[in-house]
Design a protein around this ligand. Structure first.
Ligand code: ADP
Length: 614
């Protein structure tokens, strides 16, 4: 049942009827009834004047002949004939009372009319005749009759209007409501609703509506099919991208560490140059694969932000350290101005914020040939235990044309082909930055002038942490974190991986630090080896046939085996947050992404050494 609607046609017609009845009543009472009464009184006065003139003419001969008895009889007869005459009075010229014999008190009242006439003959006065008539009963009767007639009129008009209102309700309002309800249902995707029928205008409207509904239904079905296809295609594309990036990472896991190991051997100048090329290209490829993986994740909504306590100041320092080398190689001046206190701890996804800053800072280095690049950070209190962080990454590089400023945040968009040819790049970085900032509830903007440089500005509001905790460890190695070459002396490590290349590369990398390395090419072999010997470190690949690294870890942790409490580090080319979380849930202590890079392993071992020393 619909709520009472003041705008409805039904209500409006009822209101008009009511207003009409009220106005007519007021008109009747204050205008029509008084007017009719006045007309009646005027007519009665005229009639009384005529009557009294006839009467005076009638009694004149008796007065002339002094027949007072005849005068009396005539007046009495006439007075009795007129019901509404309340007094008839005749006095002689000498003021003598002739009729009635004794004058009664003069009556008074609202509806009395009085008429006088002097009875004269040939200039001589013979008396004065006065009549007082009471119009009250007749006026009451007349007004009653008017009201009765008016009520009958009102009744007829009201009934007619009510009938019109009911008809409008049946023929128009209810049927229009049906059309409106059908439109509502259609908006909710329900096309199976009844519509009013008929050959009148509303029936025609319903027919047009029905035709429109059929067209919309057809189009919606077509759209749904296209949408499902697009969704499936997008899903397939994202899965393909994720799988491909995993598949590309696996061989990279062989190429980069092997090249790194090769670089540490004695090489001729020419050989060193070639190894450097392999390393630079491999690293560039890893970064592209990382970007593609992020895009795939953002596209299918799989991005899960972590909630961890971190120090924004530490993130700035790390980003600065990570890119310092590449900027210095290009001879660029580096400026860092961080106005954020090292004590400020916030809740948020530190890794994603770091990734955004590295991306912007990396672009600043890439697109600047000379001059400086600067990282400026500041904080503002946002109230209610929250802070607003501001980061400006500016450079004195090539700048960006005005018309390209909006485009560059779109996926695969670059300013133009010349720049791409000169500086390289996939056009994914800034789109990832924008998506990550959106996901974190922040924003990114850019100001730039061609030839003068660019400034990328980040704004991010985060919850403040009250505890002073240690900042989360960076997924990125910093130059500070370098492990001692002898960190593995007198220590043993087990490497578990179903890929022979990975096993060889990892064992060589660990052997370099003095570890006694054992290898297992399956989860089952790892279980059996871990059951017999205690290891200081176990590197466990996540994806393996038969028994994967997660199950193998769970089994090693069960019971009182020699490695129930060993440090187990997950290895995987799948570096999505959910994969990392799975490793932790299975009981792994840490996670390192593949391809395993020498500097990343070094950073990890440095921290491990620190933990052992503590
Ligand atoms: P790419 O991998 O091509 O660098 P990005 O999404 O990171 O992709 O950047 C898109 C484009 O925006 C770049 O190709 C470049 O033209 C422009 N751009 C980004 N950062 C800068 C900068 N600091 N200075 C000048 N141009 C920039």
């Amino acid at each position: 049942m619909k709520a009472f609607n003041l705008q409805s046609i039904r209500f409006r017609i009822s209101a008009v009827i009511l207003a009409g009845v009220v106005c007519s009543s007021l008109l009747l009472q204050y205008l029509w009834v008084p007017r009719v009464t006045n007309l009646f009184v005027e007519a009665s006065e005229r009639e009384l004047t005529r009557d009294i003139e006839i009467l005076s003419d009638g009694i004149l001969p008796f007065l002339l002949s002094n027949q007072i008895g005849a005068v009396y009889e005539t007046l009495e007869t006439v007075e009795n004939r007129y019901d509404n005459w309340v007094q008839l009075n005749l006095i002689s010229a000498t003021e003598e009372q002739l009729y009635p014999r004794r004058l009664e008190e003069v009556p008074s009242g609202p509806n009395l009319i009085t008429e006088n006439i002097s009875i004269e003959f040939q200039g001589q006065n013979y008396g004065k005749l006065t009549v007082i008539a009471d119009l009250g009963p007749v006026i009451d009767k007349l007004q009653g009759e008017i009201v009765r007639m008016a009520l009958i009129g009102f009744g007829i008009v009201t009934m007619t209007l009510i009938a019109i209102s009911v008809l409008v309700d049946r023929l128009v309002t209810r049927r229009l409501i049906l059309v409106a309800d059908a439109a509502d249902e259609m908006a909710d995707g329900n096309f199976d609703v009844s519509l009013p029928e008929g050959r009148d205008e509303i029936g025609q409207l319903a027919d047009h509506f029905h035709a429109m509904r059929r067209r919309i239904q057809d189009q919606t079905e077509t759209l749904n099919v296209a949408w499902k296809r697009a969704e499936t295609a997008l899903d397939a594309r994202s899965r393909f991208l994720a799988t491909m990036s995993h598949e590309i990472r696996t061989p990279l896991n062989g190429i980069i560490p092997t090249a790194e190991l090769l670089a540490e051997t004695e090489l001729s100048e020419e050989q060193r140059q070639k190894v450097d090329i392999i390393l630079t290209s491999g690293k560039a490829m890893t970064s592209i694969v990382d970007d593609i993986l992020d895009v795939a994740m953002l596209e299918n909504g799989k991005l899960v932000l972590q909630r961890q306590e971190f120090s924004p100041e530490a993130i700035c320092a790390e980003v600065f350290d990570i890119l310092r080398y590449s900027a210095e190689v290009k001879g660029l001046e580096l400026v860092k101005s961080c106005e954020i206190s090292p004590d400020l701890m916030c809740w948020g996804d530190a890794n994603r914020l770091r990734q955004v800053l590295i991306n912007l800072f990396g672009n600043a280095v890439k697109f600047t040939k000379q001059g400086s690049i600067a990282l400026k950070a500041s904080v503002e209190d946002a109230g209610q235990g929250r802070v607003k962080l501001f980061f400006d990454v500016s450079d004195t590089g090539i700048g960006i044309q005005k018309d390209a400023l909006d485009r560059i945040f779109n996926r695969f968009e670059q300013v133009n082909g010349d720049i791409t040819r000169q500086f390289g790049g996939s056009g994914l970085g800034l789109s990832i930055v924008k998506s990550l900032m959106d996901a974190m509830g922040g924003s990114v903007s850019v100001e730039s002038e061609v030839g003068a440089g660019s400034t990328f500005k980040l704004e991010l509001e985060l919850e403040k942490s009250t505890k002073a905790t240690k900042a989360v460890r960076s997924r990125y190695p910093t130059p500070k974190a370098v492990a001692d070459d002898t960190v593995g002396a007198d220590r043993s490590a087990l490497i578990v991986d179903d890929n022979e290349v990975n096993l060889t590369v990892a064992s060589k990398m660990l052997a370099r630090f003095g570890f006694d390395v054992d290898l297992a090419n399956s989860g089952l072999t790892a279980l059996s080896k871990a059951g017999k010997k205690k290891y200081d470190l176990i590197f466990m690949d996540m994806h393996m046939p038969e028994m994967d690294g997660l199950v193998a870890t769970l089994r090693i942790r069960e019971g009182n085996g020699p490695n129930a409490k060993a440090k187990i580090v997950g290895l995987s080319a799948s570096v999505q947050t959910e994969d990392v979380e799975k490793c932790h849930a299975a009981g792994m202590n840490d996670f390192l992404p593949k391809p395993l890079r020498a500097e990343r392993l070094q950073a990890f071992l440095a921290e491990w050494e620190e933990e052992n020393a503590a």
